[in-house]
Design a protein around this ligand. Structure first.
Ligand SMILES: Nc1nc2c(c(=O)[nH]1)N[C@H]1C(S)=C(S)[C@@H](COP(=O)(O)OP(=O)(O)OC[C@H]3O[C@@H](n4cnc5c(=O)[nH]c(N)nc54)[C@H](O)[C@@H]3O)O[C@H]1N2
Ligand SMILES: Nc1nc2c(c(=O)[nH]1)N[C@H]1C(S)=C(S)[C@@H](COP(=O)(O)OP(=O)(O)OC[C@H]3O[C@@H](n4cnc5c(=O)[nH]c(N)nc54)[C@H](O)[C@@H]3O)O[C@H]1N2
Ligand SMILES: [Mo]
Length: 708
């Protein structure tokens, strides 16, 4: 099972440092940084971390290419007077004092003219480190009374679904999967996006487990699987409901577990009658027998592990999809066994004292700042709603590339009366629109605390090298801005260690003894008995304390309290007229060599992905006269892009797939994929709906030359 635990040989002139991989990924690896003359010359996976197991992924295994990239921002820079916003912007060097002074002056001007809510922070999980993800930034913007940002671009639909169904971000312990008799990888491309659980799944497979992949795309993870179920995008809830129909009607469920630890079984029994496998077959495009057989085998496995990814929840019905799948292990009682259950996230097992970290109490008394959903950035920048957004501060995120409905986002960012500050490691698509660009440190250069959402270890990361150029960590820049604004609260004096200790102060038996000093010794697993069987005897964090097949809370929130299937908003059934004009559902999941828009600037990553492509079925390609290698025009009412055709059996007819995310500047006609995606939100949690996206494809009349 162990991947590569041979100990690396360290040349005398090198020192080795443990650094945590900061990226938004369930694996949160422990990396070894080999440093020579103050420079990182090599990185490797930490053999002592039980999940990292000595190997890194295709993105991070040459991390020094990113640290020393020619695209690295080295100094604070200011837009030259007269230089228009957008690609080709010109900047001049300033010092830190000047950069902070410009930001403070603009914040003060905007607050005086339109009030503090005209200031909007914009960030996501460029770093998952708790200090630099969300501590001093929140303190500053809370104290200011700025607009709040709902950070919904990735996982919020799935999180809402888990909360309603089992009470939070919880799943099985991934280290126990070796004991599973069946593993279903459901809408996750583990081989590309989080490979560190794969050795455990392979070990289960070696012991006889069947591995099933449920995904509309034949992804790299198909090679791990014994069976691939290529269902239509956005139909997972119907698939899971039909499995429950079989399990309940054939009495394959665990009566005792259902009686003791679930809520609303009778209502669920009634609801699933609407989803016989024959009906689900029509919806999902998967044969009745396949659904029935899987349901029976799933119920018989003792236990089965279902590893979910974020793919299915990037649809307008995505919350319901996750909710339906999260019901399965409760129905068959698999939570009783080590390695049984579902896993989308383990994030809430690690208790963090967020109030102490974020300090919402600093919001001035009587002020109730509005919340802006980050997926609706374009709308927020273009509307004249009171007050309009007049100052945008971007960090840990690259909205010009990653945010849906890019056309609107870029139009908003181009506004002359909008002040934009961007704190970045690299010159990105977003820095093109900045008035001020500031250099940010990487995790190799700053201190932070990490928990993971795909395992149970808490980790401390300390600098392996000095900051590159004049870069500074987020915490320091926000402190400087707070000082400039004249805020004197002691919250702005806290250093990294103080904030980390505040974060760890939530208490609870599982966090006992996980202290700064202990973390300096290496990754700390939360304190649980082994094997860790979190819900063997119930104990769910829902209002009823049980798995909620029926959720009163959902009814109160205006949602269907039971699981259901509704067609996605852009689909043959969801929008027949639109589907006539745009007959292909374009999904845009993660590319192997990129991490969202991170790593996409590196030559090696680009070579790995070759070029921006669109995968089409042979049937859809044939009727359009398209063959592999043709450039295609891919378009809908929101925009158009050029992508190179790859024709084959990786998608079914009616579906197309492009792997993300290429930077706009590196695409043939300087247009990113998110010009096609909509800012429509998910059914719960306000999530992004990147995969609910109808397009048309035609052979491009222009032959483009495409070179880096
Ligand atoms: N190499 C690489 N690694 C990454 C990232 C990256 O961009 N590249 N991103 C990181 C981040 S931020 C995240 S959130 C995770 C995401 O990693 P994953 O959870 O794996 O998510 P995605 O790659 O978005 O989608 C996973 C799979 O869902 C499929 N899918 C799309 N629609 C549906 C559907 O309706 N039903 C089902 N069953 N499947 C569907 C896609 O085809 C894809 O194969 O990975 C992290 N790791
Ligand atoms: N079409 C389509 N679009 C998608 C997706 C998709 O599947 N399809 N996936 C979506 C998903 S899952 C996500 S999570 C989002 C993610 O989108 P983003 O949050 O934008 O993530 P990244 O593209 O990794 O960019 C993060 C940026 O933060 C910067 N950064 C990293 N660490 C620090 C730091 O310590 N300080 C500062 N100041 N900056 C730092 C990095 O240099 C990088 O440019 O994209 C989404 N966009
Ligand atoms: Mo994400």
């Amino acid at each position: 099972m162990t991947a590569t635990t041979t100990r690396p040989i360290i040349p005398l002139q090198q020192t080795v440092h443990k650094v945590v991989c900061p990226h938004d990924c369930p694996d949160t690896c422990s990396m070894l940084a080999y440093v020579e003359d103050g420079r990182v010359v090599r990185v490797g996976g930490d053999p002592d971390h039980p999940l990292t197991q000595g190997f890194l992924c295709a993105k991070t295994n040459r991390y020094y290419e990113r640290i020393y990239s020619p695209d690295r921002v080295l100094y604070p820079m200011r837009r030259k007077v007269g230089s228009p916003k957008g690609p080709g912007s010109e900047f001049e060097r300033v010092n830190w004092d000047e950069a902070i002074a410009v930001i403070v002056a603009n914040f003060q001007r905007v607050i005086a003219e339109d009030g503090p809510q005209a200031v909007l922070p914009y960030s996501y999980a460029g770093t998952m480190g708790i200090v630099n993800y969300g501590s001093m930034d929140n303190r500053l913007f809370h104290r200011m009374g700025a607009s709040l940002l709902d950070r919904t671009i990735c996982s919020s639909a799935g999180e809402a679904a888990m909360k309603y169904t089992i009470g939070g971000n919880y799943g099985y312990d991934p280290e126990e999967v070796t004991k599973a008799e069946m593993v279903i990888i459901w809408g996750a491309n583990m081989a590309s996006t989080h490979p560190h659980s794969i050795p455990f799944i392979k070990e289960a497979q070696r012991r006889g487990a069947r591995v099933v992949l449920i995904d509309p795309h034949r992804s790299r993870s198909a090679s791990l699987s014994d069976q691939l179920i290529m269902l239509r995008p956005g139909t997972d809830a119907a698939f899971a409901l039909a499995m429950m129909n079989v399990i309940i009607n054939e009495r394959l469920y665990d009566e005792e577990y259902v009686d003791n630890y679930t809520h609303g079984f009778e209502q669920l029994r009634e609801r699933v009658q609407e989803y016989p496998p024959e009906r689900a077959a029509q919806i999902t495009g998967i044969e009745t027998e396949v659904i029935t057989e899987l349901a029976r085998a799933y119920a018989a496995a003792k236990p089965a592990a279902i590893r979910l990814g974020y793919g299915m929840q990037r649809h307008t019905n995505g919350g319901m999809g996750v909710r339906a799948v999260y019901m399965l292990p409760a129905l068959v009682g698999h939570w009783r066994y080590a390695g049984g259950g579902t896993l989308l996230s383990t994030g809430n097992f690690v208790k963090i004292n967020w109030n102490a970290v974020e300090r919402p109490d600093l919001i001035p008394a009587g002020q109730h700042p509005r919340t802006i959903n980050m997926n609706e950035l374009g709308e927020a920048l273009l509307t004249t709603a009171n007050p309009p957004v007049k100052a945008l501060y971007v960090y840990n995120c690259n909205p010009a590339s990653v945010t849906p409905d890019q056309g609107k986002v870029l139009q908003g960012l181009r506004r002359d009366d909008l002040f934009v500050a961007v704190h970045e490691q690299l010159w990105t698509d977003t820095t093109d629109y900045a008035d001020i660009v500031m250099p940010a440190t990487t995790s190799f250069e700053h201190t932070d605390l990490y928990r993971a959402y795909g395992h149970l270890y808490v980790q401390l990361s300390e600098p392996a090298i000095a900051p590159v150029g004049e870069s500074k960590p987020n915490i320091e820049v926000f402190r400087l801005i707070a000082q400039g604004m004249g805020y004197t609260d002691s919250a702005f004096d806290d250093d990294e260690r103080t904030i980390i200790e505040q974060a760890l102060s939530a208490g609870g038996a599982q966090m006992e003894g996980i202290t700064w000093d202990k973390l300096k010794q290496g990754p700390q697993r939360i304190r649980t008995p082994r094997p860790f069987i979190p819900f063997g005897r119930g104990g769910f964090a829902t209002p009823s304390g049980k798995v909620e097949f029926y959720s009163e809370q959902m009814a109160a929130d205006g949602l269907d309290p039971l699981p259901n299937y509704t067609p996605i908003a852009e689909s043959p059934d969801g929008s027949p007229e639109l589907h006539q004009r745009y007959p292909l559902n374009l999904i845009s999941p993660a590319a192997h060599h990129f991490l969202n828009s991170s790593f996409s600037n590196l030559e090696r990553s680009q070579k790995g992905e070759v070029e921006p492509t669109i995968e089409l079925s042979a049937a859809d390609a044939a009727v359009r006269g398209i063959v592999t290698g043709d450039w295609c025009r891919v378009f809908n009412d929101r925009g158009e892009v050029r992508l190179r055709a790859k024709v084959g059996d990786t998608v079914r007819p009616g579906v197309a797939c492009t792997l993300t995310l290429w930077w706009t500047r590196d695409t043939p006609d300087h247009t990113g994929i998110n010009v096609l995606t909509s800012d429509r939100l998910t059914d719960m949690g306000g999530g992004a709906t990147f995969h609910t996206n109808l397009v048309q494809v035609e052979k491009a009349s222009l032959v483009l030359s495409f070179e880096f």
